[in-house]
Design a protein around this ligand. Structure first.
Ligand code: ZN
Length: 344
């Protein structure tokens, strides 16, 4: 019986050594150490032996069992190590692979157009300045030659801010023109600035009106500036922005802070003036309002209107973007629909 045990142990050890994967270890354990395994069967047969022999063989059998269990544990640990090493080897990170692309954001179409317009004026010698969106009545209206009760105030439906003092004095600016006054208060001529920024009007929104929108204001003041300077600068701007062959048209218009005032149009880039749905068959597209700075505005900031003259202009980047990209509803810009914005 002792020989039998030695034989079983030798065979078990040999089989175990030959094993290469963790899963077959369990089969081995069942075959030798399990309830009906070979070693267990030997132990069961101990009962038929004489008492002396039973002790010796029993002790030996238990020794064999302990050794086999210890070997099994060792082998299992070793195999797990090998498997881990193999997995690491196979799943190794290749640092030379290109990374996964991170989705990049992009500029909002209005921001793109604002930057392009401002950039074009910068090339023409203008400086870009910004001003407050919460403004005083004085800068938004009064200093721009729009006193209280002036009918021109009707042109701008205004968001007033309740300051608790009863009087209407603080508002969300209805245009970026107040910066004309703020800039001239701070500097002496020559002045050449463009002012991009958000404006607010209390109006019902539709395809061409938003209550929040952008405006770019421009101002140039110097000695002996004339309407020719206005026309030269704005025509040059229109051509750089909309194409070198654009024809530019100036027609009379009214804005309280200029005299004379003009609307500036270009011949339609969709049809070259023949008429299409971009220009609504007019052949012309209005791109901005402009005019020579009103002498009363210059007096407000202590510029002598005899010595200094200038011109101002204002335009809506949303309108420019709508024309350029063929967008028919201004509200799309601010609906925050990523499917729309991804196109630009
Ligand atoms: Zn057209």
């Amino acid at each position: 019986m002792q020989d039998q045990l030695t034989g079983i142990e030798a065979q078990a050890v040999a089989e175990l050594r030959a094993m290469t994967d963790v899963r077959s270890l369990e089969e081995w354990r069942v075959a030798y150490l399990g309830r009906s395994g070979r070693l267990t069967q030997v132990l069961r047969g101990l009962g038929s032996l004489p008492i002396e022999e039973r002790r010796t063989v029993g002790a030996q059998a238990n020794e064999v069992k302990r050794r086999l269990e210890a070997l099994l544990e060792e082998k299992e640990a070793a195999l797990r190590q090998t498997e881990l090493a193999r997995e690491l080897e196979q799943g190794r990170i290749d640092v030379t692979l290109p990374g996964r692309p991170v989705p990049l954001g992009r500029l909002h179409p209005i921001t793109q157009v604002v930057r392009e317009i401002c950039g074009t004026f910068q090339q023409l010698g203008f400086q870009v300045v910004e001003g407050p969106e919460v403004e005083l009545d004085y800068y938004n209206f009064e200093a721009l030659n729009i006193p209280p009760e002036h009918p021109a105030r009707e042109m701008w439906d205004t968001f007033w801010i309740d300051t608790g003092e009863g009087e209407r004095n603080v508002l969300l600016r209805t245009h970026t023109s107040p910066m004309q006054i703020r800039v001239m208060e701070q500097t002496r001529p020559p002045v050449r600035v463009v002012v991009p920024g958000r404006c607010y009007r209390y109006e019902a929104t539709d395809a061409t009106h938003e209550s929040i929108f952008y405006q770019i204001e421009g101002l140039a003041v110097d000695r002996a500036m004339t309407m020719a300077d206005l026309k030269g600068v704005l025509a040059e701007f229109a051509r750089r922005m909309f194409g070198q062959n654009r024809r530019v048209r100036f027609r009379c218009d009214y804005f309280p802070f200029v005299e004379p005032g003009v609307e500036v149009s270009i011949d339609c880039f969709g049809c070259n003036g023949m008429g299409c749905n971009i220009c609504r068959d007019a052949g012309w597209i209005e791109i901005m309002g402009a005019g020579m700075v009103h002498p009363k505005v210059l007096e407000r900031v202590n510029y002598d209107p005899v010595e200094y003259t200038g011109f101002a202009f204002g335009m809506g980047p949303e309108r420019v973007a709508m024309l350029r990209y063929g967008i028919d509803d201004i509200r799309l810009f601010y609906a925050n629909d990523i499917r729309f914005l991804r196109q630009f």
